[in-house]
Design a protein around this ligand. Structure first.
Ligand SMILES: [Zn+2]
Length: 355
């Protein structure tokens, strides 16, 4: 009885009651809340597991997807607005910048732009450049090559008559190149007449015929035989007479012995530079023009001619389409001595209409 009384007394004591309540509560929690704890402990990792991929997926994917459509419609009008407005603004800015630049240094900034503008414009013109060598009678011992290179005076006269009747106007190579580079107008049916090698029949047969038709021609001189007074070649006085009577004179190398494109630089230098010097010495205010001996040249030849200030050079490439990109590679139509008049007409028309 006493024990029961003691137990009751103990139970009644508030301290023991609270201790018992705490103990019971802890036991109950560990047993009852284990699943809850597990759920909670699983719930905390699960969100972190799913939250890390999900936020990155949903945050980066959806916003950008929704932002891009909303951005593009709002951006396109503003983009078109800036496209139409900004260039003019930029132009104005560059104009202003140029204006300030030119105000600071006017000659330096303006001169290069003025001279550079016509150069990049590619221009082409279909201008037949006829290539003659000998005009006159054949020597009795003439071989096939000499026959091919020689047009009789009668045939030459017929050919000039054809050009005149067809309304062709003879022009100089300098005019052709000027047209290609600047767009300066040419006559309606331009043609260039070239005579290679500087034979004296050019002076005796070609020159009078050209004068009769009111035509002009271009004569290419081989320096050495001309300077030595070799028989069959024009003298400097005769060349000067052609030159002073409105004929164009060009250089055709020093000796004509070398196919320049197949020779080393030193040979090319000698052939071109020495030949050039003879022209400069004999013809006042001479415009440098060149005809490649046997039509042979390479990149070195082109570079050297450019360096020496040559404005035009004729090749033996067949054709009539001339371009501003290649004034040192003008095409020609070879006129063969064995042709009759109808063959001349056929080949003249054929090559004149081809590139
Ligand atoms: Zn020649």
């Amino acid at each position: 009885m006493r024990k029961r009384g003691q137990q009751r007394a103990m139970l009644r004591s508030p301290f023991l009651l609270t201790v018992a309540a705490v103990v019971l509560g802890l036991v109950g929690l560990t047993q009852l809340n284990t699943p809850v704890m597990q759920v909670l402990s699983f719930a905390t990792p699960t969100p972190t597991d799913t939250a890390t991929p999900l936020p990155t997926n949903t945050l980066t994917a959806t916003p950008t997807r929704t932002q891009t459509p909303t951005r593009t419609p709002t951006l396109t009008p503003s983009a078109t607005a800036t496209i139409t407005f900004s260039p003019t603004a930029n132009r104005k800015a560059t104009r202003q910048a140029r204006a300030t630049q030119t105000a600071a240094a006017p000659t330096v900034t303006l001169t290069p732009t003025a001279t550079q503008t016509p150069l990049p414009i590619a221009r082409s013109a279909r201008v037949p450049i006829l290539m003659y060598h000998h005009v006159g009678d054949l020597p009795p011992d003439a071989d096939a090559l000499r026959k091919s290179l020689t047009v009789s005076s009668e045939r030459f006269n017929e050919q000039m008559k054809f050009l005149a009747e067809q309304g062709y106007t003879t022009i100089h190579l300098a005019e052709l190149v000027n047209h290609l580079q600047t767009g300066a107008p040419l006559p309606e049916k331009p043609v260039v007449l070239t005579f290679d090698d500087g034979y004296d029949d050019a002076y005796f047969n070609v020159f009078p015929t050209l004068k009769d038709f009111g035509f002009k021609g271009t004569f290419f001189i081989i320096g050495a035989p001309t300077d030595y007074g070799s028989p069959g070649y024009m003298r400097w006085e005769q060349i000067l007479e052609l030159y002073e009577n409105g004929m164009e004179i060009g250089a055709h190398s020093l000796t004509h012995r070398y196919n320049l494109g197949q020779f080393r630089a030193s040979i090319q230098d000698s052939e071109i530079i020495k030949g050039n010097q003879l022209m400069v010495d004999h013809l006042p205010n001479w415009t440098p023009l060149f005809s490649y001996p046997s039509g042979s040249y390479n990149q070195y030849t082109l570079g050297l001619l450019k360096q020496l200030g040559y404005i035009a050079a004729v090749t033996t490439k067949q054709g009539a389409l001339q371009t501003s990109q290649a004034p040192l590679e003008l095409r020609r139509i070879r006129i063969r001595g064995e042709w009759n008049t109808s063959q001349f007409l056929y080949w003249f028309n054929y090559w004149s209409s081809r590139p």
